[in-house]
Design a protein around this ligand. Structure first.
Ligand SMILES: *Cc1c(COP(=O)(O)O)cnc(C)c1O
Length: 396
């Protein structure tokens, strides 16, 4: 690639979309594809070996969030865990009430599940947020009723990085006899989570956002809570999620959780430093850039800015040419020019939402990566703005 002198550096800044499987995790998984291939339900040594590996992984996942192993159900990912929590509670508790509470800024795995329940006849309150993407516990207090059976508010927002006050929200849910679910896919391994302290009854995790394999996740379900299974079949996962366990995936997820827990304090501080350097640099080096999300109550790995007068997509294409991977809005909506539902809920104008960029940092990123982005992005923006009809001096 010597003919492309500009594209030599590869900087992956899209860790909120997915992360690579780290070498230790891959090494832990490999024996379970072929040599140790048993079905964990079998009554022989191959089966016991698989069962033991799953038990061991369950302990590691539980330990990351202060749960006990019996409170962890393995699923095919964060999406399925969200579906199981929300639909599973709604269907199991329908006789107790018909009202559900969530927010306008949830991940689509949550939002679309509530929309389907709404069509089934449930009454759903979609709470707003403020301009920082924060949900006000007082709004939960005002919305909650005698017939509210479930509240679901995410922990760390995946697009703008705002960390929600879920401890307070969980307390309100508990006072009113409603169950509380939180999607913690983005916060797990990045900020400390203790499910008992945070007053959550159900919590969603995903492996591939924390350097584990894709296609595996978990739902924490506090003792005593029953869910209506969404996948029916055998008696796996305490009869709440049927299907032969994805043993290599679960083993990898366990190892990823163990490493995330061991490294959390140090890695979280390191990412926060890089994050703040990138935010400061972007705001200082490029005119008409605004930070999206909360300035302080923010995930350590999230940077989200709007570059005014431009489309995020055109910036992304130029960044990609220079070896930098980022995203605009969420991964699910980039590619379409639909403005992000999260930025719209925060009250940003359509112009500002269109120019949004998310950089999500991770293990591989260094200070040099941040310097590189701060070196190449200002001229990209300048070039694109010179060609754009939407600039501040525009006559349109
Ligand atoms: C990625 C993500 C999910 C979906 O998890 P999968 O394992 O990819 O299904 C759910 N919620 C949030 C906040 C996410 O970032």
């Amino acid at each position: 690639m010597s003919s492309q002198p500009n594209a030599q550096r590869q900087v992956y800044l899209d860790h909120s979309a997915t992360t690579p499987v780290r070498p230790e995790v891959l090494a832990a998984m490999l024996p379970y594809f072929a040599g140790k291939f048993g079905n964990a339900s079998s009554i022989h040594r191959w089966g016991y070996e698989a069962r033991e590996a799953i038990n061991d992984a369950r302990e590691k996942v539980a330990s990351l969030i202060g749960a006990s192993p019996s409170e962890i159900l393995f699923t095919s990912g964060g999406t399925e865990a969200d579906n199981l929590a929300i639909r599973g509670v709604a269907h199991a508790r329908r006789s107790r009430g018909n009202h559900l509470i969530t927010s306008q800024i949830e991940h689509h795995a949550v939002l679309h599940t509530f929309e389907v329940l709404q069509k089934e006849g449930f009454e759903v309150t979609f709470l707003p947020c403020d301009k920082y993407g924060l949900i006000d516990p007082d709004d939960v207090r005002k919305a909650i009723r005698k017939d509210t059976i479930l509240v679901s508010i995410m922990h760390g927002q995946n697009e703008v990085g705002t960390v929600e006050p879920i401890k307070e929200i969980g307390e309100i849910a508990r006072e009113h006899g409603a169950l509380f679910h939180s999607d913690a896919v983005q916060s797990a391994g990045k900020i400390p989570i203790d499910v008992k302290e945070l007053n959550v009854d159900l919590l969603t995790l995903s492996s591939h956002k924390i350097y584990g394999p894709k296609g595996v996740g978990a739902l924490y379900v506090t003792k005593g809570v029953r869910l209506t299974p969404q996948v029916t079949g055998g008696a796996h996962e305490r009869r709440m999620r049927a299907g032969t366990e994805n043993v290599p995936g679960i083993v990898g997820f366990g190892e990823a959780c163990r490493l995330a827990k061991a490294e959390l304090p140090e890695e979280s501080a390191r990412l926060t430093k890089l994050r703040d350097k990138l935010i400061e640099g972007l705001l200082n080096e490029i005119p008409d850039v605004v930070l999206n999300g909360h300035p302080v109550l923010r995930l350590p790995h999230n940077v989200n800015v709007s570059v005014k007068y431009l489309e995020g997509e055109s910036i992304l294409l130029n960044l990609d040419r220079m070896g930098v991977a980022a995203s605009s809005g969420s991964a699910c909506t980039s590619g379409s020019l639909e403005p992000s539902h999260v930025l719209l809920a925060m009250g940003l104008s359509h112009e500002t939402t269109h120019g949004s960029l998310r950089f999500s940092l991770g293990m591989s990123n260094t200070e040099e990566d941040i310097n590189y982005v701060l070196e190449i992005l200002p001229p990209i923006v300048e070039k694109l703005r010179a060609m754009s009809p939407l600039g501040p001096g525009s006559v349109l």
